[in-house]
Design a binder for this molecule. Structure first.
Ligand code: A3P
Ligand code: MG
Ligand code: MG
Ligand code: MG
Length: 338
């Protein structure tokens, strides 16, 4: 005995099936479309406040590990010039605090740190408190799509000097680049508690000095990754040029300004001739730019803070001076010969 299927029954069954499938997938589809349409944005004033918080929290670890004398110093390898690239517990603990504070708050932002470590015990999220000094100078509503942002973190700048207990050179740094341009920079000194910040086109808490001698400039240079910087400077500005060797790229940028920090030497320009990474220089570049200064390669090119981590064009940083005229006084530079 066969079962007779009525055409009407089949039609109703098919319609029901389509209805069920539509019901199941409609939610998924509409949320996909909505997330595609609704791009995530970040208010840059919030990101400045978070960057400061990260630099301060990382700095606390840097100071604690130094005071407890538990550095657990290791070598990560050698630089191209053969100097040992040191790594301490200060670098790693500071990285954990800084990186996860930012990542836990904005998981969809690209954050590039010099160091790498697991998230063990780092569940902190930012309190969303914007300090008064930022509220007073910067207005809100500066929303930028998250995919345009790259954050660069140096959890401990001047590790070499940190291992030698030369505390004044040590900083923690955070930089926010938008479309590769440095826009926000924070440099914090864990041992004195001083913090400098700058937001290009918006404001800063640090000022340039009244004047700079660029005829016969005082030049600050690396003390532990110097390469041939001394002869480079002498060819450019003469054999009697005063050279100030100092540790840390953050410290050397602050030497060009007028920070209210006692533990700081001053200089007229900053020159670096060996390879350097973007987490070392982006924050200083942003702060200088926010004050009308410049940091470029030794050929006078802007540095792009997206993509890969390295800068092999060297560095020239200056403020309140004709930067292009300074570049012209430098000896010829070939990136590929370095
Ligand atoms: N030739 C090189 N290769 C790799 N890193 C370099 C470098 N020259 C300088 N740096 C890094 O740039 C920072 C400032 O260097 P200096 O004190 O010599 O001016 C240091 O950062 P870290 O201490 O964060 O590693 C240092 O390691
Ligand atoms: Mg290092
Ligand atoms: Mg560094
Ligand atoms: Mg470092």
């Amino acid at each position: 005995m066969g079962i007779r299927l009525s055409p009407l029954g089949i039609a109703v069954f098919c319609l029901l099936g389509v209805g069920v499938i539509y019901h199941l997938y409609a939610g998924v589809l509409s949320s996909r479309i909505a997330s595609f349409r609704h791009k995530r944005t970040v208010d840059l004033r919030d990101l400045l406040a978070l960057s400061m918080e990260a630099a301060v929290q990382g700095g606390r670890e840097v100071k604690r590990i130094r005071e407890d004398n538990t550095l657990e110093e290791k070598s990560k390898g050698k630089t191209k010039e053969g100097a040992s690239e040191k790594l301490t517990l200060g670098d790693l603990n500071s990285h954990r605090k800084m990186f996860y504070l930012i990542k836990n708050t904005y998981p969809y932002i690209q954050v590039n740190s010099e160091e790498h470590a697991n998230a063990e015990g780092e569940a902190t999220v930012w309190t969303r408190t914007v300090p008064e000094e930022i509220l007073a100078k910067i207005s809100g509503g500066k929303e930028v799509p998250a995919e345009k942002i790259t954050v660069w973190i140096d959890p401990l700048d001047a590790t070499q000097e940190y291992t030698e207990n030369l505390q004044k050179y040590v900083t923690t740094m955070v930089c926010v680049a938008v479309d590769g341009d440095p826009v926000i920079g924070v440099i914090h000194k864990p041992f004195t508690g001083y913090t400098a910040w700058g937001f290009v086109g918006e404001g800063s808490n640090v000022a340039p000095r009244a004047s700079y001698n660029t005829k016969i400039p005082k030049v600050t240079v690396s003390r532990s990754h110097s390469g041939k910087v001394k002869s480079f400077v002498q060819v450019a500005f003469g054999n009697n040029t005063e050279i100030i060797p100092a540790g840390g790229a953050g410290y050397k940028v602050l030497a060009l300004l007028d920070p209210t920090d006692e533990e700081q030497e001053t200089a007229d320009i900053y020159i670096h001739v060996t390879y350097i990474k973007k987490w070392d220089i982006c924050a200083g570049d942003a702060i200088l730019r926010s004050l009308g200064g410049q940091m470029t390669t030794l050929r006078g090119e802007q540095i792009d803070y997206s993509g890969t981590e390295g800068n092999k064009g060297g560095l020239l940083a200056s403020i309140k001076t004709d930067h292009k005229a300074l570049v012209k006084r430098l000896p010829p530079w070939d990136d590929n010969k370095q």
